[in-house]
Design a protein around this ligand. Sequence first.
Ligand SMILES: Nc1ncnc2c1ncn2[C@@H]1O[C@H](COP(=O)(O)OP(=O)(O)OP(=O)(O)O)[C@@H](O)[C@H]1O
Length: 451
Amino acid sequence: MHTLTSPGLYFLGVVAVWLLAGAVLRHRSPVWHWYIVGYPLTWFRITRTWRPLCIERGLSVSRRASQAVIGDLIVRGQEVRPVVPRLWIGRPTRTGLVVRVRLMPGQTPEEYAQSAEALMHAWRVYAVRITSPERGLIHIEALLSDPLAGVVVRNPDARRAGTTAPAGPPVMVLVVGVTERAKSWLMNFRLVPHWLIVGATRSGKSTLIHAIVTRFAPQGVAIVGIDLKGGLELSVYRPRLSGLATTRQEAVEILEALVELKDERTHACNMAGVRQAWELPEPPPPVVLVIDEVAELFLVTSNRDREEVALRDKTVALLVKLAQLGAALDIHVIAGGQRFGSDLGSGATLLRSQLSGRVCMHVSDGETAVMTLGDIWPEAVVTAQMIRADEQGTAVTGDGEGSWVRARAMFTGVDEAADAARIYSRITPVLPGIKRPYFVDLPPDSEGGEG
Ligand SMILES: Nc1ncnc2c1ncn2[C@@H]1O[C@H](COP(=O)(O)OP(=O)(O)OP(=O)(O)O)[C@@H](O)[C@H]1O
């Protein structure tokens, strides 16, 4: 009786108040419910399951040898004691919690990424992401629910307000969606000049490109398109395009003109003693080359057709050159496609290494995710492979701080992109050696159109 009146009773009282508070907060304030009830319970579950999980998934290491040599005698069967990586106390966030783990010698973040699904089930959370913000350290992020489940749309007020071209130099940092960490998904073309967007059919590639073109349209940016599927995808932007290639021959002509432009800008920078085109006294317009289905540039109908092979090789060589040297001259490449790998032939790996901005949407085979992300963030591959076909616009991409993040693109319909292209057609820059594509409602006083 005496024992129940002191610490035991006190403890029971605290638990009762805690449970009551949890029940009240559950519906009234899910965030506070998470901080007060969900977080301690999840953290308890994590600490309880960490050791068995590490041993089961091969994430533990044995510090003691299973045999010892004493003189010329070998002692076998010594007890092997697995040592599991140390877990730092999890930091709660509004969307879940983040645990830090120091990698043990010989371990890589990828090994943990392979176990993400097992961790997710053991901890009973919606998803587990593994990132490596610095060498030797990983962050294991446990998410309670999918923060990207809803469609992301642009604020209609911002859309209406943006019907006049902004004054001043172009802003090369675009907000194209939101990330799982409740931050803006930014495409910073000055930090990451070239981008590769990969996804299966209907995964949301065109919608992301609509978002990019719609944001660039009001600015003095020259947008050039290469669409070897007969211009089906990029034609919608015709009024706002400084050039459009729909055949391989046209693609070569446009790429040659852009390489020449690059050389001219290099010369101008040398003369002015600056290292980047935007530092010139009169900065030239940034150029963004958008390529739809980039694999088409690498494919030929027959390897025996020497002319076609030679033209293909020339296209690829020019594109690689542009990507290698264009960044400082404000010439950018965005290449989209269903897959992009070394099997496309010579130049593909070289080009991919230049396209340091990566966006991997739902892919139809696991290998495509490896080819898109594996060389930069191997630990992100598993998460990319788990993006379902019905999660259109969801992608794995860079977080702008050297690591990766899951994000969802803003929904930008084809009508919105077509409207932006029409409204801003008058500010389309004219590039030397490149003809603007024909479009029906070209205003009579517009400059540079071939009509
Ligand atoms: N960010 C998004 N948010 C919501 N829905 C989206 C998003 N992106 C795409 N969708 C939906 O998915 C559909 C297919 O998208 P989209 O045409 O962009 O795919 P795609 O990858 O370009 O396909 P394809 O390779 O066949 O051209 C869209 O019509 C739209 O309904």
